[in-house]
Design a protein around this ligand. Structure first.
Ligand code: 6GU
Length: 244
């Protein structure tokens, strides 16, 4: 069954390039994924179509106003596409819980995913309270850095979820074998030629001995995970994966 995304944004024009290339485009063309964009500004009914205003208490930047955001969200939710259990509603802000591969995996099992993109200095807190309390939204961040809006994070989720859907990748097993699904980083990959600027492909990969190759790959993956990402190794990381 297809997964429908509804994306609410004040910058719908940012999306066509991502929707038009690579895996996401293929998934759309194959009918595995559907994407509907809603321009929050279409729900601003004052003379200037304003979606933002200055923060109470002063300070820099602008804040999303409650009325247009609620009107846009409620308009989208009124087109209920799936049962509540099969629906995930996500607000994208840097204050959210940090997205991980297991979240993408879970989202890929939904039938309907609603993504609300923040912008400016953020949402009026009553939007977050109302959407989390009343409509079952969760607040998600894609990492500990600040972007100018939730659009690129929404594209990150779209891409990361689309490629997990059956039929989206050339090789169905590719998704299961790679970094993070296994709790490890990928092993190093090589292709032809066997020697490039004096650097040789490791002999074992040319040996044809599949057992040896598998062992070499596992060892290299474990080694680089330990070296680069100590946070993915050890009892705490194991326990976290168990909860996934
Ligand atoms: Cl979801 N939004 C913004 N604006 N910045 C971010 C983010 C989201 N996740 C990480 N940085």
């Amino acid at each position: 069954m297809a997964l429908s995304f509804d994306i609410l944004t004040i910058f719908p024009g940012m999306f066509p390039s991502v929707l038009g290339e690579s895996i996401v485009a293929r998934a759309l063309a194959a009918g595995i994924v559907r994407v509907a964009l809603t321009d929050i500004r279409d729900f601003a009914h004052d003379r200037h179509r304003s979606v933002d205003d200055r923060p109470y208490g002063g300070g820099p930047g602008m804040v999303f106003k409650p009325e247009p955001v609620f009107a846009a969200v409620e308009s989208v939710l009124a087109r209920a596409r799936a049962s509540e259990e099969a629906t995930r509603k996500v607000i994208l802000t840097p204050q959210g819980r940090r997205l991980e591969q297991r979240d993408l995996r879970q989202l890929s099992g939904a039938s309907w995913v609603v993504l609300l993109c923040g912008h400016y200095e953020g949402f009026d807190e009553r939007i977050l309270e109302g959407l989390k309390g009343g409509h079952g939204f969760e607040e998600v961040s894609i990492g500990d850095y600040v972007l100018s809006g939730g659009e690129i994070p929404a594209m990150v989720i779209l891409d990361g979820v689309a490629r997990l859907l059956p039929g989206a990748l050339g090789h169905p097993e590719s998704a299961a074998l790679e970094s993070f699904e296994s709790g490890r980083l990928d092993y190093p990959q090589y292709t032809r030629p066997p020697e490039f600027r004096g650097m040789r492909v490791p002999e074992v990969l040319l040996s044809g001995n599949h057992q040896e190759i598998e062992r070499w790959r596992r060892d290299r993956a474990v080694e680089r995970t330990r070296e680069r990402r100590g946070d993915l190794v050890g009892p705490q990381a194991q326990a976290a994966r168990g909860r996934a």
